[in-house]
Write a new protein. Structure first.
Ligand SMILES: NC(=O)c1ccc[n+]([C@@H]2O[C@H](COP(=O)([O-])OP(=O)(O)OC[C@H]3O[C@@H](n4cnc5c(N)ncnc54)[C@H](OP(=O)(O)O)[C@@H]3O)[C@@H](O)[C@H]2O)c1
Length: 250
């Protein structure tokens, strides 16, 4: 049974991935730390949607999830990590404009949300993805939401130290994982993807100077990204894509 697993599914982008996958997959696991954020999702009566309250930075919880999947009839075809952090509600954590704004505690929080979760998910769930790809005879996709500002080659503006560093480190994890996957998880393609500036809580404080045509709705961003994700083959593994399928320099 063709299955997708979405992390960060209470977020603006993650939630829309769940909605999209409900129209294309037989089972969708929507993983979030905050189930109460799901009040607005249209509950389907088909039994397709599995809401999972889970902290993806907890190895214990990921291991339990992996054990739950073992031996059950889910062919995991897609895993997307849409968790991320740029600022928080307290206003104490905001992207740095200058080096004096850099704060060790905030840096650790941003790294935890943007970098740490992806290798932990891979450690516990990549075997299920590979098995799903093999069973369905289709490339199975592991995609992490990155950001263009994580590209070192594309950094012309500076600022945003923690967010940039966390996404650059995420990109390195994706590249490294793709190399291991080519040897050990041969049915998987491992990619990083940039959604474009999308209208969510994360981008909301930074939208003022974004021209309307460059501020995407989650629906638009997800339709575009899924067109890229669903086309990805094992030969595309280890690439960093933008929402429109163009490649971004690491
Ligand atoms: N929106 C944009 O314009 C834009 C642009 C470039 C890249 N991105 C990337 O796209 C991804 C999704 O962003 P979004 O716009 O959908 O943001 P969002 O609406 O703020 O959602 C972020 C999600 O990340 C989860 N999260 C945050 N910190 C976490 C942590 N420490 N542990 C576990 N989960 C955590 C939140 O889950 P909880 O409910 O559990 O807190 C939430 O579901 C992020 O990786 C972001 O960097 C977004």
């Amino acid at each position: 049974m063709k299955t997708a697993i979405i992390f960060g599914s209470s977020g603006g982008i993650g939630h829309q991935f769940v909605e999209y996958c409900l129209t294309r997959y037989e089972h969708v696991f929507a993983c979030t730390r905050r189930l109460q954020r799901f009040k607005t999702i249209e509950r389907d009566n088909s039994g397709k949607l599995h809401l999972m309250q889970l902290d993806p930075s907890s190895e214990t919880e990921l291991q339990l999830f992996s054990e739950y999947l073992t031996g059950r009839d889910f062919d995991v075809q897609l895993i997307i990590n849409a968790c991320g952090l740029l600022h928080d509600e307290t206003q104490q954590l905001t992207p740095e404009k200058k080096i004096e704004d850099f704060n060790a505690e905030n840096f650790e929080k941003v790294i935890r949300a943007n970098t740490l979760i992806t290798p932990l998910i891979a450690k516990h769930l990549l075997l299920h993805l590979n098995k799903g790809g093999k069973a369905l005879k289709q490339t199975a996709i592991f995609a992490a939401l990155s950001a263009r500002v994580g590209s070192i080659g594309d950094n012309h503006l500076g600022g945003w130290y923690s967010y940039r560093a966390s996404k650059a480190a995420l990109n390195q994890v994706i590249k490294t994982l793709s190399i291991e996957a080519s040897r050990r998880f041969k049915h998987c393609s491992i990619i990083a993807i940039h959604p474009g500036t999308t209208d969510t809580n994360l981008s909301e404080p930074f939208q003022a100077n974004v021209p309307p045509e460059k501020l995407f709705t989650p629906e638009f961003a997800i339709d575009k990204m899924m067109a890229v994700i669903e086309q990805a083959s094992t030969e595309d593994s280890g690439k960093f894509y933008a929402w429109d399928g163009s490649l971004i320099e690491w």
